[in-house]
Design a protein. Structure first.
Length: 111
C-alpha cells in the first residue's frame, strides 16, 4: 500500500472515522506491542536510519526492549536507507540469516 498510494490516510480506507484512535483498538494494539515478552526464537532486526514510514528510534526502541528481555537478537542498522531501500537491501540479509538458522548455524547476538 505504501508504494501504491504513499499519502493515503487510514481514515480513507474505512467507514469508521478515527478507527485507529478508538480506545478499544488502542487497547488491542497495546496488548500486541512488540518487545514486551522475550522471544522464544532468535530474532533478526534491521532498519534504515532515515526510514520515512517507521522512525528509526521506534526500531532501536524495539531492539533495546528485546535486548533487555534477554533475546537472542541480531541488529543491523542501514545508514541512509529509507523504508523501501531498507527492505530491498536488508531483505536479502534477512533471508540469508534465516537460511543460516535452518542450516543449524549459530546466531551472532548484538545485545
Amino acid at each position: 500500500m505504501a508504494l501504491l498510494a504513499p499519502f493515503t490516510r487510514i481514515d480513507s480506507l474505512t467507514t469508521v472515522p478515527g478507527v485507529i484512535r478508538d480506545p478499544r483498538r488502542q487497547a488491542r494494539l497495546a496488548q500486541n506491542r512488540l518487545g514486551t515478552v522475550r522471544p522464544d526464537v532468535p530474532v533478526y532486526l534491521y532498519h534504515g536510519t532515515v526510514d520515512e514510514l517507521i522512525p528509526y528510534r521506534t526500531a532501536t526502541g524495539l531492539r533495546d526492549r528485546c535486548c533487555a528481555l534477554g533475546a537472542d537478537l541480531q541488529w543491523t542498522s542501514l545508514p541512509l536507507a529509507g523504508h523501501v531501500v531498507a527492505v530491498g537491501v536488508g531483505g536479502t540479509n534477512a533471508l540469508n540469516w534465516l537460511g543460516d538458522r535452518f542450516a543449524g548455524q549459530p546466531t551472532r547476538p548484538s545485545c
